[in-house]
Structures are given as structure tokens and as C-alpha cells.
Design a protein around this ligand. Structure first.
Ligand code: 8NA
Ligand code: MG
Ligand code: MG
Ligand code: MG
Length: 301
């Protein structure tokens, strides 16, 4: 039986992975900018687009009891702020929705076949908190959430993998079961290859971040970050959150998003006991706990 501690661990793991790894994301200019705007006036670490979109998804689900795409698109757009560090195409989309344009119309023109960034995957752990038991409903809802901003098949596939692994983490499934179910879900050669690499890497001693970067990636594409995050969460599932995040920070690249996805899965396995003492360092930490509690209570409605 999944506990409320696992719900809180999942949401806090996402927000802390995001906020605590954000100062190390990208190149020197991004890091300098985040050093300037990455704290609240009371000194807490600010979270980025990853956590903001997870909160938006939570609010929209609690309001509608399902994924209502038009409502969710409005929710994303209303909370958009450039200073959260959204990906370029997501930023453009949300500004245009805010001006009254329809997300479906904008999306048709966005790249060819939609964005394959990791933006739909980074909020996907929340869908496992919405649908902890029913995998079919989880995957259908993940597609509906992803289509608004990341309609490319690889953007959707990455989101489905993260949602599935989070659901399995809530059930405390063994790693071998998780990997088997991932392989069953994979549609593209890229995700199959990376999942197979992850499977063999998990059988070895902890690999150097550089080796993981070369084989699994550390970039903003879903294919370069989702399996990377899953590797860290499965490798460190019975170990320390901060040590896991330290390894992710050493990877470089899209540290906040890999931290958010790995952190959420880690928290779904381990619960919130070691994370809650750190909430005073996190922007709106108490609110994050309250959202997790509301999602947990929603299960019994
Ligand atoms: P996105 O949807 O804007 O995608 C990210 C980028 O990937 C796009 O701007 C394109 O350059 C490229 N891309 C995506 N799909 C295609 C395609 N079909 N064809 C060609 N190029 C494509 O962003 P997102 O919402 O997925 O977010 C991705 C990341 O950006 C997240 O990690 C988020 O935290 C944010 N972010 C990134 C940086 C950084 O790169 N250093 C900094 C701050 C924030
Ligand atoms: Mg971010
Ligand atoms: Mg990022
Ligand atoms: Mg606080």
C-alpha cells in the first residue's frame, strides 16, 4: 500500500531535485544568471519551470479530477514567468496562449511534429500520484498532458517512461521488474537502446558521471535525459538523496530536470523522512507538501 510519505517524498524529491540542482544547469552564462535570480528574498532556493508545471498539473487535476487539456493549457499559461527558466519553445507557446491563442493551433506549427524536449517528462511523476494503480489510465493521461506542449513522439515516450517508473516506485517494484516494464513500453530504437544500457549499468558498480553522460546523455531532449534520471533513481533507491543529486550535478547539462525526475522517483521509493528537514531551504516547501497531501487524499474520492 502506497503511503502519504511516498506522495510527499515524490513531490518534494521533484522540487528539491529541481531547485537544488538548478544553479548547476547549462553553461557559465545560465549559471551566472541563476546565481542572481535563484533565491527568494528570504534566502530559499527557487524552483524552476519543472516544479511550476508540476504544481499546475496538480491544481488542474484536483479541479477536474482528470486531465482536461484546455484547462491545463490555461493553467500553464497563467503561471508562466520568464524567470522560471522555461525551454524556448515552451516559453513561446505559453506566452501565445496567454494572449488568447489556442494551443492546438500553435502546436501544429511548432517544429515538425512537436517538441521532443524533456518538458512533458519532468512533470510526469505527478501523473503517477494522480493514477497510482491504473497503468492504462496513467499512460493515456500522460499522453494528454504531453500533447499540449510536447507532441513529438519522443517527447511523449520519455514522459510515459517517467510516469510508469514513478508508478512502479510507489509500488516498490524491484529494479528488474521496472526495467522489464520499461522495455515493454518503449517504442523507439533510441529508448530501447538506452534502457538496455541502463539495465547493464545497474548491474555494475556506480559508473562515473562522465560515462553516464556519454551513454545516456545529459541534455534537454527527452532521449538525452529521461533514462539518465531513471538510472540514478534506480541506482540510488536505497541510498542517500544528496549523494544522488551530487552525482547528477557532476553530470552537468540539464541538471535541474534530471534532478527533478530522479528526485521524484527516489522520493516515491523512499518517502519524505530525510527530505522534510530540508524544506526550509526550498521555495514554498510547505505548499509542495500540501499538494502531495491533497493528491493522496484524492485517491479515496
Ligand atoms: P522546449 O520544448 O523548448 O525544447 C527544448 C529545445 O529542444 C527547443 O528549444 C529546441 O531547441 C529543441 N527541440 C525540441 N523539439 C525539437 C524538434 N522537434 N526539432 C528540433 N529541435 C527541437 O523545452 P522544454 O519545455 O522541453 O524544456 C526543456 C528544458 O529547458 C528543461 O530542462 C527546462 O528546465 C528548460 N531549460 C533549459 C535550459 C538550458 O538549456 N540550459 C535552461 C533553462 C531552462
Ligand atoms: Mg527547469
Ligand atoms: Mg532543465
Ligand atoms: Mg519555505
Amino acid at each position: 500500500m502506497t503511503s502519504i510519505e511516498q506522495y510527499k517524498g515524490c513531490f518534494l524529491g521533484l522540487a528539491m531535485g529541481d531547485a537544488f540542482a538548478a544553479p548547476f544547469e547549462g553553461g557559465p552564462i545560465e549559471r551566472l544568471l541563476w546565481r542572481a535570480i535563484g533565491h527568494t528574498s528570504t534566502g530559499e532556493r527557487r524552483f524552476t519551470d519543472d516544479t511550476q508545471m508540476a504544481i499546475d498539473l496538480t491544481k488542474s487535476f484536483l479541479h477536474n479530477h482528470r486531465i482536461d487539456q484546455d484547462h491545463l493549457a490555461q493553467q500553464f499559461a497563467q503561471s508562466y514567468r520568464w524567470s522560471r527558466g522555461y525551454g524556448p519553445s515552451t516559453s513561446n507557446l505559453l506566452k501565445r496562449i496567454k494572449k488568447g491563442n489556442c494551443w492546438r493551433e500553435i502546436n501544429k506549427k511548432k517544429f515538425k511534429g512537436g517538441s521532443f524536449g524533456n518538458g512533458a517528462a519532468m512533470r510526469a511523476p505527478i501523473l503517477a500520484l494522480c493514477f497510482p494503480q491504473d497503468t492504462q489510465r496513467l499512460l493515456e493521461s500522460t499522453i494528454r498532458s504531453a500533447e499540449i506542449t510536447h507532441a513529438h513522439p519522443l517527447g511523449i515516450e520519455g514522459a510515459k517512461l517517467i510516469a510508469l517508473v514513478t508508478q512502479k516506485a510507489l509500488a516498490k517494484s524491484p529494479n528488474e521488474t521496472v526495467l522489464k516494464e520499461m522495455l515493454h513500453l518503449c517504442e523507439s530504437e533510441t529508448f530501447v537502446d538506452k534502457t538496455m544500457y541502463c539495465q547493464s549499468a545497474l548491474r555494475q558498480a556506480t559508473l562515473e558521471p562522465r560515462t553516464i553522460r556519454i551513454h545516456l546523455g545529459n541534455g534537454i531532449a527527452a532521449t538525452d535525459s529521461c533514462v539518465t534520471a531513471i538510472y540514478f533513481a534506480l541506482k540510488f533507491r536505497d541510498l542517500d538523496f544528496d549523494i544522488m543529486l551530487g552525482q547528477i550535478i557532476k553530470l552537468g547539462g540539464d541538471t535541474d530536470t534530471i534532478g527533478a525526475m530522479a528526485g521524484a522517483i527516489w522520493g516515491a521509493f523512499n518517502g519524505s523522512a530525510t527530505l522534510e528537514p530540508k524544506i526550509s531551504k526550498l521555495e514554498r516547501g510547505q505548499d509542495i507538501i500540501s499538494y502531495a497531501e491533497q493528491l493522496f487524499q484524492h485517491q479515496s474520492l
